[in-house]
Ligand binder design. Sequence first.
Ligand SMILES: [Zn+2]
Ligand SMILES: [Zn+2]
Length: 241
Amino acid sequence: MSGEQSIKCYRCEVRESIVNLNGRKLCPICARNEINNAIRKNFLKSGLVDYESRFIILELNGLEGLSKIIEETLTKIAKKTTIYYQTFSLELSSQSVDSYIHDAIIRSLEICSKEKPNGVVMPFPAEIFMYLLISSAVSRDAGYLSLYTHYTKIGSCNFCFPLHNISLLNMEIVYGVESKFPVASFTHFLIWVKESLEGNQEILHSFHKSIELFATQRKCTRCGAFSESDICKRCRDVNRQ
Ligand SMILES: [Zn+2]
Ligand SMILES: [Zn+2]
Protein backbone atom coordinates (compact mmCIF):
# COMPACT_ATOMS: atom_id res chain seq x y z
CA MET A 1 0.00 0.00 0.00
CA SER A 2 1.27 3.42 -0.83
CA GLY A 3 1.69 6.04 1.91
CA GLU A 4 1.06 8.74 -0.68
CA GLN A 5 -2.70 8.15 -0.78
CA SER A 6 -4.59 11.42 -0.62
CA ILE A 7 -6.79 12.03 2.40
CA LYS A 8 -9.94 14.13 2.24
CA CYS A 9 -10.27 17.20 4.43
CA TYR A 10 -11.58 16.45 7.93
CA ARG A 11 -13.87 19.49 7.83
CA CYS A 12 -15.41 19.79 4.33
CA GLU A 13 -14.85 16.13 3.38
CA VAL A 14 -14.56 17.28 -0.25
CA ARG A 15 -11.15 18.77 -0.96
CA GLU A 16 -7.84 17.01 -0.44
CA SER A 17 -6.01 17.74 2.80
CA ILE A 18 -2.62 19.44 2.65
CA VAL A 19 -1.84 20.17 6.28
CA ASN A 20 -2.20 18.69 9.75
CA LEU A 21 -3.73 21.20 12.18
CA ASN A 22 -4.23 20.09 15.78
CA GLY A 23 -4.25 16.48 14.67
CA ARG A 24 -6.80 17.02 11.87
CA LYS A 25 -5.93 16.93 8.21
CA LEU A 26 -7.39 19.94 6.42
CA CYS A 27 -7.61 21.35 2.90
CA PRO A 28 -6.13 24.82 2.12
CA ILE A 29 -9.48 26.63 2.45
CA CYS A 30 -10.60 25.04 5.73
CA ALA A 31 -7.07 25.34 7.16
CA ARG A 32 -6.96 29.04 6.31
CA ASN A 33 -10.34 29.60 7.96
CA GLU A 34 -9.17 27.72 11.04
CA ILE A 35 -5.92 29.67 11.37
CA ASN A 36 -7.66 33.02 10.72
CA ASN A 37 -10.12 32.15 13.48
CA ALA A 38 -7.34 31.21 15.89
CA ILE A 39 -5.55 34.51 15.21
CA ARG A 40 -8.78 36.45 15.66
CA LYS A 41 -9.45 34.69 18.98
CA ASN A 42 -5.93 35.50 20.16
CA PHE A 43 -6.51 39.16 19.31
CA LEU A 44 -9.76 39.22 21.22
CA LYS A 45 -8.16 37.48 24.22
CA SER A 46 -5.49 40.21 24.32
CA GLY A 47 -8.26 42.53 25.48
CA LEU A 48 -6.91 45.30 23.23
CA VAL A 49 -9.57 45.19 20.51
CA ASP A 50 -12.05 47.94 21.22
CA TYR A 51 -13.98 50.55 19.27
CA GLU A 52 -11.43 52.74 17.45
CA SER A 53 -8.38 50.86 18.78
CA ARG A 54 -5.19 51.70 16.92
CA PHE A 55 -2.60 48.99 16.32
CA ILE A 56 0.92 48.99 15.03
CA ILE A 57 1.83 45.77 13.22
CA LEU A 58 5.52 45.11 13.17
CA GLU A 59 6.99 43.79 9.96
CA LEU A 60 10.23 42.11 10.99
CA ASN A 61 13.03 41.01 8.69
CA GLY A 62 12.56 37.34 7.83
CA LEU A 63 8.97 37.21 9.10
CA GLU A 64 7.38 39.70 6.67
CA GLY A 65 4.87 37.13 5.39
CA LEU A 66 3.46 36.68 8.89
CA SER A 67 2.65 40.39 9.17
CA LYS A 68 0.58 40.06 6.00
CA ILE A 69 -1.41 37.22 7.62
CA ILE A 70 -1.99 39.40 10.70
CA GLU A 71 -3.18 42.23 8.44
CA GLU A 72 -5.62 39.85 6.75
CA THR A 73 -7.16 39.00 10.14
CA LEU A 74 -7.24 42.59 11.37
CA THR A 75 -8.93 43.67 8.15
CA LYS A 76 -11.72 41.18 8.90
CA ILE A 77 -12.05 42.35 12.51
CA ALA A 78 -12.09 45.96 11.25
CA LYS A 79 -15.15 45.20 9.13
CA LYS A 80 -17.12 44.39 12.28
CA THR A 81 -15.77 47.06 14.61
CA THR A 82 -13.87 50.21 13.77
CA ILE A 83 -10.18 49.62 14.38
CA TYR A 84 -7.12 51.06 12.69
CA TYR A 85 -3.70 49.67 12.01
CA GLN A 86 -0.49 50.67 10.37
CA THR A 87 2.64 48.67 9.65
CA PHE A 88 6.19 49.54 10.71
CA SER A 89 9.15 47.68 9.19
CA LEU A 90 12.15 46.91 11.37
CA GLU A 91 15.49 45.37 10.44
CA LEU A 92 16.60 43.52 13.56
CA SER A 93 19.81 42.04 14.91
CA SER A 94 20.66 38.62 13.49
CA GLN A 95 23.16 37.66 16.24
CA SER A 96 20.77 35.30 18.00
CA VAL A 97 17.04 34.74 18.43
CA ASP A 98 17.25 36.44 21.84
CA SER A 99 18.98 39.53 20.49
CA TYR A 100 16.44 39.65 17.62
CA ILE A 101 13.57 39.66 20.14
CA HIS A 102 15.31 42.14 22.44
CA ASP A 103 15.89 44.47 19.52
CA ALA A 104 12.21 44.12 18.48
CA ILE A 105 11.00 45.06 21.97
CA ILE A 106 13.34 48.00 22.55
CA ARG A 107 12.65 49.51 19.13
CA SER A 108 8.90 48.98 19.50
CA LEU A 109 9.01 50.89 22.77
CA GLU A 110 10.56 53.84 20.91
CA ILE A 111 7.84 53.68 18.23
CA CYS A 112 5.21 53.27 20.91
CA SER A 113 6.26 56.37 22.84
CA LYS A 114 5.92 58.47 19.67
CA GLU A 115 2.81 56.92 18.14
CA LYS A 116 0.91 55.94 21.29
CA PRO A 117 -1.10 53.07 19.77
CA ASN A 118 -3.43 50.87 21.81
CA GLY A 119 -1.24 47.91 20.98
CA VAL A 120 1.86 46.75 19.13
CA VAL A 121 1.36 43.47 17.28
CA MET A 122 4.34 41.10 17.30
CA PRO A 123 4.45 38.37 14.62
CA PHE A 124 6.36 35.71 16.63
CA PRO A 125 5.10 32.19 15.75
CA ALA A 126 5.05 29.09 18.02
CA GLU A 127 8.33 27.66 16.72
CA ILE A 128 10.28 30.68 18.03
CA PHE A 129 9.13 29.85 21.55
CA MET A 130 9.76 26.16 21.03
CA TYR A 131 13.28 27.06 19.92
CA LEU A 132 13.82 29.25 23.00
CA LEU A 133 12.58 26.46 25.24
CA ILE A 134 14.84 23.81 23.71
CA SER A 135 17.91 26.04 23.38
CA SER A 136 17.56 27.27 26.97
CA ALA A 137 19.01 23.90 28.06
CA VAL A 138 22.30 25.12 26.58
CA SER A 139 22.01 28.92 26.74
CA ARG A 140 20.48 28.87 30.26
CA ASP A 141 18.47 31.83 29.07
CA ALA A 142 14.71 31.38 28.87
CA GLY A 143 13.83 35.03 29.47
CA TYR A 144 11.71 35.61 26.39
CA LEU A 145 9.44 32.65 27.05
CA SER A 146 7.63 35.42 28.96
CA LEU A 147 6.27 36.53 25.58
CA TYR A 148 4.42 33.27 24.96
CA THR A 149 1.13 34.98 25.70
CA HIS A 150 -1.80 36.84 24.15
CA TYR A 151 -0.90 40.09 25.81
CA THR A 152 1.75 41.71 27.96
CA LYS A 153 2.53 45.23 29.02
CA ILE A 154 6.12 46.43 28.93
CA GLY A 155 6.72 49.95 30.21
CA SER A 156 3.74 51.93 28.98
CA CYS A 157 3.31 49.85 25.83
CA ASN A 158 0.77 47.06 25.24
CA PHE A 159 2.00 44.15 23.18
CA CYS A 160 -0.06 41.37 21.66
CA PHE A 161 1.20 38.11 20.20
CA PRO A 162 -1.59 36.69 18.04
CA LEU A 163 0.66 34.01 16.47
CA HIS A 164 2.37 32.76 19.65
CA ASN A 165 0.56 29.38 19.55
CA ILE A 166 0.33 29.08 15.75
CA SER A 167 2.85 27.11 13.73
CA LEU A 168 5.07 29.00 11.28
CA LEU A 169 5.50 25.85 9.18
CA ASN A 170 1.73 25.42 8.90
CA MET A 171 1.28 29.08 7.95
CA GLU A 172 3.94 28.66 5.27
CA ILE A 173 1.97 25.76 3.76
CA VAL A 174 -1.49 27.29 4.10
CA TYR A 175 -0.77 30.91 3.06
CA GLY A 176 2.14 30.19 0.75
CA VAL A 177 4.42 32.57 2.67
CA GLU A 178 8.12 31.97 3.01
CA SER A 179 10.09 32.99 6.05
CA LYS A 180 13.79 33.79 5.82
CA PHE A 181 14.63 34.23 9.47
CA PRO A 182 18.06 35.86 9.75
CA VAL A 183 19.42 33.62 12.55
CA ALA A 184 20.99 30.46 11.10
CA SER A 185 20.51 28.32 14.24
CA PHE A 186 16.75 28.94 14.10
CA THR A 187 16.62 28.05 10.40
CA HIS A 188 18.39 24.75 11.19
CA PHE A 189 15.92 24.15 14.00
CA LEU A 190 13.01 24.66 11.59
CA ILE A 191 14.47 22.11 9.19
CA TRP A 192 14.78 19.65 12.07
CA VAL A 193 11.15 20.30 13.11
CA LYS A 194 9.96 19.86 9.55
CA GLU A 195 11.82 16.58 9.06
CA SER A 196 11.25 15.00 12.43
CA LEU A 197 7.73 16.14 13.29
CA GLU A 198 6.10 15.84 9.91
CA GLY A 199 2.57 14.53 10.35
CA ASN A 200 2.98 14.47 14.12
CA GLN A 201 3.01 18.03 15.36
CA GLU A 202 1.45 17.37 18.73
CA ILE A 203 4.57 18.74 20.42
CA LEU A 204 3.77 22.12 18.88
CA HIS A 205 0.58 22.15 20.94
CA SER A 206 1.97 20.76 24.17
CA PHE A 207 5.40 22.35 24.71
CA HIS A 208 3.82 25.45 26.25
CA LYS A 209 3.13 23.50 29.43
CA SER A 210 6.89 23.41 30.00
CA ILE A 211 7.14 27.19 29.67
CA GLU A 212 5.40 27.60 33.03
CA LEU A 213 8.46 26.03 34.66
CA PHE A 214 10.53 29.04 33.61
CA ALA A 215 8.19 31.78 34.83
CA THR A 216 9.79 34.05 37.42
CA GLN A 217 7.89 36.25 39.82
CA ARG A 218 9.55 39.30 38.38
CA LYS A 219 10.07 40.41 34.80
CA CYS A 220 12.64 42.83 33.41
CA THR A 221 11.05 46.27 33.61
CA ARG A 222 12.82 47.29 30.42
CA CYS A 223 12.22 44.38 28.03
CA GLY A 224 9.65 42.14 29.76
CA ALA A 225 11.90 39.04 29.93
CA PHE A 226 11.60 36.61 32.85
CA SER A 227 14.26 37.87 35.22
CA GLU A 228 15.30 37.48 38.86
CA SER A 229 16.05 41.21 39.04
CA ASP A 230 14.31 44.36 37.81
CA ILE A 231 16.71 44.70 34.88
CA CYS A 232 17.70 41.49 33.08
CA LYS A 233 21.27 40.60 32.21
CA ARG A 234 20.75 41.36 28.51
CA CYS A 235 19.51 44.89 29.20
CA ARG A 236 22.38 45.49 31.64
CA ASP A 237 24.93 44.29 29.05
CA VAL A 238 23.39 46.46 26.31
CA ASN A 239 23.46 49.50 28.62
CA ARG A 240 27.15 48.95 29.32
CA GLN A 241 28.10 48.95 25.61
ZN1 LIG B 1 -11.82 21.44 3.71
ZN1 LIG C 1 15.61 43.15 29.88
